[in-house]
Ligand binder design. Structure first.
Ligand SMILES: [Zn+2]
Ligand SMILES: [Zn+2]
Length: 137
């Protein structure tokens, strides 16, 4: 194996490891900040390239909250997400298959087909709920 190849696979490995440990669904920039602590001369472009490759291979998942921001997810178990409308935190949500089936019926009644892609819910996280309570008290 050439040194270029070794270096490339090390970069990919580091990025993968970051995503397995960091369950906060970081953005490419946030992953880059963490990767730099392990590989100081890694570039943001390299991080982007590796994230693209890893998601194309299905090794990581992407979560799109808005049109221009992509978050990355190392959790490959089937799950959905809720984004906090106050702080932007993305939380993993697990739903029973039954809930999906009943939702599918509602959609079918409107001639719409619900696909089992991860659903992005909107809500308010635990921390923000308590902050909001403090304000109203
Ligand atoms: Zn929040
Ligand atoms: Zn997730």
């Amino acid at each position: 194996m050439s040194s270029v190849k070794t270096r490339r696979s090390k970069q990919r490995e580091v990025i993968k490891e970051i995503l397995i440990r960091d369950v906060s669904h970081p953005t490419a920039e946030e992953i880059y900040e963490q990767a730099r602590k392990i590989i100081p001369d890694i570039s943001l472009g390299t991080v982007y390239r590796n994230l693209k490759l890893l998601s194309e291979k299905g090794i990581i998942h992407t979560v799109k909250v808005s049109d221009n921001i992509v978050h990355y997810d190392g959790n490959l178990e089937a799950h959905h997400h809720m984004v906090c409308d106050q702080c932007g935190m993305i939380v993993d949500v697990k739903l029973d298959q039954d809930i999906f089936q009943s939702l599918s019926h509602y959609f079918a009644a409107m001639n719409l087909q619900l696909r089992e892609n991860p659903i992005l819910f909107h809500g308010i996280c635990k921390d923000c709920q308590s902050k909001l309570e403090e304000v109203t008290q």
